[in-house]
Design a protein around this ligand. Structure first.
Ligand SMILES: C[S@@+](CC[C@H](N)C(=O)[O-])C[C@H]1O[C@@H](n2cnc3c(N)ncnc32)[C@H](O)[C@@H]1O
Length: 254
């Protein structure tokens, strides 16, 4: 991960003032929101569905009538919350919290189409400063969101604050491919093909160039587990999938 001073952050490969990053990230997701879900399928050849299924399997929401409240942070168009709701019992409720109103709007439409709008609600908010009460969620998920947040430490502290004792944190994020051969192919695909696919599907190559570059700036799994520990999240473990393309971290508020 590239070094940052306390006042700077990375927007892709560019070092930018910390205070500027969020606005730049918001522009990316405003630009691609209308085609975001389609582009996920296109650029991962559908494999993001398997990664998300692994996250839901680990979350293992109760299938009974036991109440269970999930916070899906940086939840965008609702993919994780919908999958959790479909796997859970009738007393399950999810709050999708995201900073981008455009992504949330797509999510609300999808929830209505899936008849999940009674169990999945959408709230605009910044992961660095959540409006939810202390100890109010049984679990918190964040999928492909944390690397976009300028102050990751602040977001992890907030996650710890809103989890109930015994509550679980799960983070799915792109990681680092170290397998010889696969790393070269992945590099070529990421930097040459994904921005072009972005141009064809969303009309915006630059946003997908940022998304690819931001993956390279994100900490390695052991370093991210350290960050979780510093925020108070315990028993941090992780699984890597698809040769290291993604990592699924788990931690607990004890
Ligand atoms: C790649 S999308 C992931 C969406 C969804 N979780 C999924 O897996 O499909 C990243 C999301 O992070 C959101 N985001 C970025 N910065 C955020 C912040 N500070 N607080 C909350 N959400 C944020 C973006 O608006 C965007 O919807």
């Amino acid at each position: 991960m590239a070094q940052e001073s306390p006042d700077t952050s990375h927007f892709g490969f560019r070092e930018v003032p910390l205070g500027d990053k969020q606005g730049m990230v918001d522009d990316v997701f405003r630009s691609v929101s209308h085609r975001y879900d389609l582009m996920n399928d296109v650029m991962s050849a559908g494999v993001h569905r398997a990664w998300k299924a692994a996250m839901i399997a680990k979350l293992n929401p109760p299938r009974t009538e036991a109440p269970f409240r999930l916070l899906d942070l940086a939840g965008g168009t609702g993919d994780i919350a919908f999958r959790a709701a479909e796997a859970a019992g009738s007393a399950f409720a999810a709050v999708v919290c995201d900073i981008n109103a455009h992504m949330l709007e797509v999510g609300r439409e999808r929830a209505a189409a899936k008849h999940l709008d009674d169990r999945v609600s959408f709230v605009e908010g910044n992961a660095e400063q959540l409006s939810f009460a202390d100890k109010s969620f049984d679990a918190c998920t964040i999928a492909f969101g944390i690397r976009n947040v300028p102050r990751i430490d602040a977001a992890l502290s907030e996650i710890h604050r809103v989890l109930k004792p015994g509550g679980r944190f799960l983070c799915l994020e792109f990681s680092h491919v170290d397998t010889p051969g696969l790393d070269t192919l992945y590099e070529l695909y990421s930097f040459n093909i994904i921005p072009e696919l972005g141009r064809m599907v969303t009309g915006d190559a630059e946003s997908y160039r940022y998304l690819v570059e931001s993956i390279r700036q994100f900490p390695r799994p052991s370093a991210f587990a350290e960050m979780m520990h510093r925020a108070g999240l315990r028993r941090a473990t992780w699984d890597v999938m698809s040769g290291g393309i993604v990592a699924l971290h788990s931690g607990w508020r004890l």
